[in-house]
Design a protein around this ligand. Structure first.
Ligand code: HMG
Ligand code: MG
Length: 360
């Protein structure tokens, strides 16, 4: 029997768009985030604060953050926005935009229907007294009261390192050990400011430079270190889409044997070889309850040659719901967004379930 509900982390505005060569206007990026917020998604990775020369498409992420802060998107559920960053410089840029743009007294959440309010799986679990914190709403009248006093959505940061030295150098110009050295002060600083921290481990199931046989024990060791440093959640990423069901199972068993709890894990599948849904099922069977995806199947890392998009959110929603797993996401609405954004940026819509839903 699978989990009753999962949390889907929509990474389309960041992973989905970061690799696009032609410049996408900040208005389109803002529009994408605002539309996604109205679908029932609870977590959206909305941009990144990386070096603009390394990933030019994300240079306007400050505009997206400003927009969210100044005019929080309409949503039926509170949405947490995540911002990818590689180092203290990224955190400093993120915090300075955040502090300059924050406004008080705005309540973006419409009064929700009295019942039932879905709990879409675990949310990032920060223990700090968070100035971002809004009251967590879980049910009925309490939810309505809590939501009516919400002023701002919550913001979190996501950091990333690699399970292989070659990818670490290509993506972040440093070794794995140097990444870890950077992260301890970064995580501490982010948490001190009240921001939750997610950490990605890239190339966990295959590296474009070192091949498919990435050591699962290395992934487990990195996950344990990041959690010990204070990361709230580890997103284990199949950057290249080389992961297969048996190797995904082996990796998850290795993580469990190393004492990593399923509730501290998310899975992030790129679909290069068409294995993302199969691997998702393996994750679900193992007890994972958080999965990353991108609307329209957009996505790719500029430093992972040959890798294609993330698993499409529409496909994930369709498939999970067919298994009786609640995602809280409106399939029809997310399908419209996949169609809109892919045509807006001139790419094919990679979501079969999205296209079929719209054709009905
Ligand atoms: P570097 O060149 O080694 O940086 O790049 P540095 O520390 O030597 O600094 C050089 C200059 O860059 C300095 O400026 C810094 O201030 C500046 P200067 O003094 O010369 O004027 N700088 C920055 N500026 C803006 N924002 C920053 C920043 N950091 C330094 N954050 C660095 C190292 C990590 C910055 C670079 O390699 C980088 O930005 N890499 C990111 C590449 C990227 O965006 N990759 C895609 C995202 S990861 C991904 O997609 C995988 C994921 O989806 C999971 C999966 O699927 O695997 C998450
Ligand atoms: Mg990715």
């Amino acid at each position: 029997r699978f989990a009753d509900q999962v949390r889907i982390v929509e990474v389309g505005p960041r992973d989905g768009l970061q690799n696009e060569k032609s410049s996408i206007s900040s208005d389109v990026k803002i529009d994408l985030v605002r539309r996604l917020a109205a679908t029932g998604l609870k977590t959206i990775e909305a941009g990144s604060f990386v070096h603009p020369k390394w990933t030019p498409q994300m240079a306007s992420s400050d505009k997206v953050l400003q927009n969210i802060l100044q005019q929080p998107p309409q949503s039926t559920e509170p949405v947490t926005y995540q911002w990818l960053l590689p180092n203290i410089k990224g955190l400093t840029n993120f915090i300075s935009t955040h502090n300059q743009s924050s406004t008080k007294g705005t309540n973006s959440y419409p009064t929700p229907p009295p019942s039932p309010v879905h709990d879409s799986g675990p949310a990032l679990n920060t223990s700090s007294q968070n100035p971002n914190d809004m009251p967590s709403a879980t049910s009925g009248a309490a939810a309505m009261d809590a939501k009516s006093s919400v002023e701002q959505p919550k913001h979190e940061v996501s950091i990333f390192l690699a399970a292989t030295e070659s990818f670490s150098q290509k993506n972040t110009n440093c070794s794995i050990a140097e990444s870890l050295d950077r992260f301890q002060p970064l995580i501490t600083a982010a948490r001190d400011k009240g921001f939750g921290v997610r950490a990605y481990i890239s190339v966990a199931l295959g590296c474009p430079f070192e091949g498919p046989d990435v050591d699962p024990h290395k992934v487990a060791e990195l996950a344990a270190s990041l959690l010990e440093m204070g990361a709230d959640e580890i997103s284990v990423a199949d950057t290249t889409g080389m992961g297969t069901a048996p190797r995904t199972r082996e990796l998850l068993r290795t993580l469990t044997s190393a004492g990593i709890r399923n509730d501290d894990l998310a899975l992030h599948f790129h679909d290069t070889f068409g294995q993302a849904m199969v691997n998702t099922l393996v994750g679900l069977e193992h007890g994972i309850r958080t999965f990353d995806s991108a609307v329209g199947g957009l996505g790719g890392c500029p430093y992972s040659p040959g890798a294609t998009g993330n698993v499409a959110t529409e496909d994930l929603v369709y498939s999970l719901e067919s298994l009786g797993v609640n995602t809280g996401i409106d399939l029809s609405e997310i399908s419209k967004i996949g169609d809109w954004i892919t045509s807006e940026i001139g790419k094919p819509n990679e979501s079969r379930a999205g296209k079929a839903t719209l054709a009905k």
